[in-house]
Design a protein around this ligand. Structure first.
Ligand SMILES: [Fe+2]
Length: 213
């Protein structure tokens, strides 16, 4: 059976400096992300054990642990791909067109996603998602790793708003981190996630007005 694996980064730990320090990247990837991968695999083992013993008395806690750790794994894996050194431009092509269509302007989108990150209560993520029923882009807050995401929504782009993502470098100035990350977006990555997500059909065409553009 498939196991979850910590993916290597496409760049060196220090490649995103000065916006994200190499020390943060090393700890964030090697300790925090790895922890979610290990715990997701460990939870799968415990579920297998429970099935073997026909004892599901701990199923609620195990499902919660699986959702927390697997979602942490998925979100971090997307986050690393979303970032690239020497970025900082606005997106282009179809991604840019849909951002303007659904948020009014790139600046409006940037302000909204940054505010989504800055106002998360406790730990969580800000996300740009593709919503396949109305076939539009939306932002959302993901508390911890695993909630408040519209069912069917596909995550395209995320900002890690957990303290471990910025505290060593930005201390209590977390909004400075949320501004700095706009120097690092890999728009080619976000655009290819969008293209893939647009192929998703939830088979409930009557649930939104017809999409024309
Ligand atoms: Fe994180």
């Amino acid at each position: 059976m498939a196991r979850y694996v910590l993916p290597d980064l496409d760049y060196d730990f220090g490649a995103l400096e000065p916006h994200i320090s190499g020390q943060i990247m090393e700890l964030h990837h090697g300790k925090h992300h790895k922890g979610y991968v290990d715990n997701a695999n460990d939870t799968l083992d415990k579920l297998e054990e429970a099935r073997g013993k026909k004892d599901f008395s701990r199923i609620v806690g195990l499902e919660k642990a699986l959702a927390f750790n697997l979602s942490g794994h998925v979100l971090h894996s997307i986050f690393w791909k979303n970032l690239v050194a020497d970025a900082g431009d606005a997106p282009s092509g179809e991604l840019a067109r849909l951002i303007v269509r659904d948020f009014g302007s790139f600046e409006g989108f940037r302000a909204q996603l940054t505010e989504v990150a800055a106002t998360i209560m406790g730990s969580g993520w800000a996300a740009l998602v593709w919503e396949p029923i109305a076939q539009r882009l939306l932002t959302c807050q993901i508390y911890d790793h695993q909630s408040n995401l519209s069912q069917g929504g596909v995550t395209l782009m995320v900002i890690d708003a957990w303290e471990h993502a910025y505290y060593l470098q930005y201390r209590n100035q977390k909004t400075e981190f949320f501004k700095a990350v706009w120097n690092l977006w890999n728009w080619d990555d976000v655009a290819s996630r969008l293209e893939a997500a647009r192929g998703l059909d939830l088979q409930i065409p009557a649930a939104a007005s017809p999409v024309t553009s």
